[in-house]
Design a protein around this ligand. Structure first.
Ligand SMILES: NC(=O)C1=CN([C@@H]2O[C@H](COP(=O)(O)OP(=O)(O)OC[C@H]3O[C@@H](n4cnc5c(N)ncnc54)[C@H](OP(=O)(O)O)[C@@H]3O)[C@@H](O)[C@H]2O)C=CC1
Length: 483
């Protein structure tokens, strides 16, 4: 899969159903993390263009909401077909723009098509309810409540860089399916992939104005979008500090936040270490740890710690490191700043006497996989999300100590527990403060129809197909008062 960046494209923004140059006359250069060169330019959309896009979205939404569910579903199914048809090209864009291995990028596109199709089917099969008035003391049986789902209006979908297609579509598809219009703000690094995805949607003949794609720096148009009176709901995935900022900017509109994590793998002394090692390796290091659900610390019982660390070391040293074009597991991080940040965490831990088991090598933004043992609570890497390939191991004396350290984190996205005793697994799982606890498996968001949520600083509200359909719609209650 050779890269060709000789001809640089300036991509248009998708505003009111047209591909347009921004009137700002400004573009943003997109740098490939591994080619270390500009691969294209995207429009820096203005606030006036945001206003126009939101007005157009409100106008288009009314007619869209009047279509039948199956008619809306047909557009989305065609979108899924187009994504699959163009999966090579879209995967190439993801690979170049965010440095994800080509095969994983292709999987992301296909997973997205599956997610869209499932969203259609789920929405078609959701049903409302009716209630009898005489179900309440003194109520009248002639009073019948009919509860349906109604759209919210215009949904603002803000996505992060690491799954630029899947995490965007997991907001756009349910929003459209329940009858909303959408303003989509991709991560700047991720915009080209987002544009390719919306090109596929545009090919379905989607009504003009129903969806606009506003490229631009979050720091420049982000607050304007978030505070805009024309936005009726926000679905955001990204870092916890951005999410916290958003929650302060918004007032009285529904907000779903999927944020960062510090997912622990708790390894009990009776764990099947083969299972634990392969799950931890895969969970911690795929895409260089740039997953919100990556395993970001290991809390291992001291009785099996030496064995676990030695097995992890052997595997870490076999990880492929290099270019996403040859599907290396460890690839350059999204930018130099992120690599500096990860290096800072490693340096801090080593300065405080963590044991370097392997790694701590760097070439520009490529950080080699790094395993740190004997990490203690005074080290930043015990608590801070690196979003990079560094795995701290904290040795504990008991399950209770593991749970205590797990819960001391400000985050609560997911956790894994490894033990061969199901009662013990459940006992731990029920005490860990996390949206999801995986027993004998790696932390991960998928399959996409499972509820996905973070607690504490990891988020607010629930995603996953069914829950996204719910959070992007509301109850509409109609009461029949019969004679
Ligand atoms: N829990 C989950 O489901 C997931 C969480 N994440 C988390 O995301 C982070 C990595 O993604 P990253 O893209 O770096 O996250 P950021 O928080 O930096 O950015 C996320 C999105 O928010 C935008 N943004 C930035 N500032 C504002 C603002 N003031 N108002 C509105 N939007 C704004 C960004 O735009 P721009 O790029 O232009 O700055 C981008 O589109 C990690 O912490 C990771 O854990 C990632 C995936 C899944």
């Amino acid at each position: 899969m050779a890269s060709n960046v000789s001809e640089l494209t300036t991509y248009m923004a998708y505003l009111e159903g047209e591909w347009k140059k921004s009137s700002s006359g400004e573009t943003i250069a997109i740098q490939s993390p591994y080619l270390r060169q500009t691969i294209g330019y995207v429009q820096a959309v203005t606030q006036d263009e945001v206003d126009d896009a939101i007005t157009a979205a409100h106008n288009a939404q009314k007619e869209w909401a009047g279509l039948s569910l199956s008619a809306r579903g047909e557009y989305l199914d065609r979108w899924a077909d187009e994504l699959v048809k163009n999966s090579e090209e879209i995967a190439q864009a993801i690979m170049q723009e965010v440095g994800k291995g080509f095969k994983d990028a292709q999987k992301e596109v296909v997973r997205t098509a599956d997610l869209i199709r499932y969203t259609v089917q789920e929405a078609l099969h959701m049903h409302g309810e009716s209630l009898r008035g005489d179900g309440f003391p003194g109520g009248d049986q002639k009073k019948i409540g009919i509860v349906e789902r109604a759209p919210l209006g215009v949904v603002l979908a803000i996505a992060p860089f690491n799954y630029p297609v899947n995490l965007a579509a997991s907001k756009i598809a349910p929003a459209l399916m329940v009858g909303n219009a959408v303003i989509f703000k991709p991560a700047t690094q991720g915009s080209i992939s987002g544009i390719k995805m919306i090109e596929a949607l545009d090919k379905t003949g989607l009504p003009k104005g129903l969806l606009s794609l506003t490229t631009g720096r979050g720091s420049v148009i982000g607050d304007y979008l978030v505070e805009h009176k024309g936005i009726n709901m926000i679905s955001f995935t990204g870092g916890s500090s951005t999410g916290r900022h958003l929650s302060k900017q918004t007032t009285m509109i529904p907000l779903v936040l999927e944020l960062g994590g510090k997912d622990p793998a708790i390894v009990c002394d009776d764990a099947d270490l083969d299972v634990a090692v392969s799950s931890i390796m895969n969970g911690a290091f795929s895409y260089s740890g740039q997953r919100c659900t990556a395993i970001k610390r290991v809390l291992v019982n001291e009785r099996v710690a030496d064995e676990l660390v030695s097995r992890l070391k052997a595997k870490v040293e076999k990880l492929t490191v290099g270019s996403p074009e040859v599907d290396s597991t460890i690839v350059p991080l999204i930018d130099d700043k992120s690599a500096d940040f990860v290096q800072g965490l490693i340096d801090d831990a080593l300065a405080k006497n963590a044991t370097l088991v392997t790694g701590n090598k760097r070439e520009n933004n490529l950080i080699y996989p790094t395993l740190l043992d004997n990490v203690t609570e005074d080290m930043d890497v015990a608590w801070i999300e690196p979003f990079g390939p560094v795995l701290p191991v904290i040795r504990v004396k008991s399950d209770d100590e593991a749970i205590e350290i797990a819960n001391k984190s400000e985050f609560g996205l997911q956790a894994s527990v490894f033990t061969q005793d199901i009662d013990r697994a459940l006992a731990v799982a029920r005490q860990v403060e996390a949206g999801t606890v995986q027993i004998n498996g790696r932390t991960e968001r998928g399959p996409d129809h499972f509820p996905f949520l973070g607690v504490k600083a990891s988020g607010m509200g629930v995603q996953g197909i069914h829950h996204s359909l719910l959070s992007m719609s509301r109850e509409r209650v109609t009461v029949l008062n019969l004679k």
